[in-house]
Design a protein around this ligand. Sequence first.
Ligand code: NAD
Length: 356
Amino acid sequence: MAQARIGVIGIGTFGINHLRCFRQMGYWGEAELVAAADINEELLEERSQEFDFEPYVDYKEMLANERLDAVTVVTPDPYHREIVIDAAKAGVHVLCEKPLDVTVEGCQEMIDACEDNGVLLQVDFHKRYDEYHIAMKQKIDAGDLGEIEYGYSHMEDRIEVPRDWFPGWAVNSSPGWFLGIHFYDLARFLMNDANGVRVWATGVRRKLRSLGVDTWDSISAKVEFDNGASVMFDTSWILPDTFEAIVNQGIRLVGTEGMLECDSQDRGTITCNYEDGMQTHNMSFLRERTDKQGREIFEGYGMDSIADFARNVNLLLDGGSLEDIGAYPDGHDGLEATKIAAGVHESVESGQIVEL
Ligand SMILES: NC(=O)c1ccc[n+]([C@@H]2O[C@H](COP(=O)([O-])OP(=O)(O)OC[C@H]3O[C@@H](n4cnc5c(N)ncnc54)[C@H](O)[C@@H]3O)[C@@H](O)[C@H]2O)c1
């Protein structure tokens, strides 16, 4: 079986999970973490020591110098577009972090570039890989809910995310782009790829603005889909530092024959200590363990979606076609989620209902 030679572009807060995933796939002979690129030289030096890859400040140089089969793009949202297009032109397969792009035209350009160059374009919508969501989808597909009529979802971060993690680019993002995009896509996934047709959103800029980070605190959006269902998406990133987890999230859907609810954060594991207080842990997302050789291993849907990409690339390297891969979050899914997110932001800015 082929072992994809992979490079990671952007190795910050989330990029480290891509490095972890490909390093451990290397242990198992499934992929090779060859190189990584980041404009932050200090970080590059630190991570290359830890993960043993060829470091590049300029991703274009990495694409030119290394014989890569694939790259993953984990730069801030506005910088996915150019990098994905450059990677496609270099003939390498691409996994792009969500959102694919912050404009619908950008998504289409990325899809076209990948199609023209015959490379795989996958989007890291990892909520599709959460076993609880997969079980929900199986029940929905089996008809347990009948015709879905409405739903509700929430995704909220502790305030440390926009305030401390990346205040520099949080001002160019929002809870809709950073968090909502996951649930816009999850709703599509659960509802047989239904597409958004209309949206109305409201939002508040107050708390973060008072801290010097001028972006939306919260955005509440109601989206109508082409299957006739309406789903509410409440997103925010101002939960107090003392909240029990970094993320709070969940979804419920109601149909003619039944309903389904999923607490996508609290999986029933809690801890309490003097420093952190009571904490709940989403063990489905990321679990750390040590293997028999004493190596650090990460498991959970946060790894599965990235590993799925490497395995899809291996299938292609072994002579398979894009059609042979079967279901995966592709460029079209990225575009449809961005269409909803862009509509949410147009509506929250204008106060008007937006047709998608
Ligand atoms: N799937 C998820 O649940 C999840 C979670 C967090 C973030 N993300 C996504 O991952 C992406 C990165 O987010 P983050 O939190 O890691 O941000 P971050 O700011 O911590 O890291 C981004 C990194 O990209 C680097 N970078 C910027 N421009 C670059 C360029 N042109 N070439 C190479 N490197 C460049 C920066 O130096 C930084 O190290 C975003 O699109 C975000 O939405 C996804």
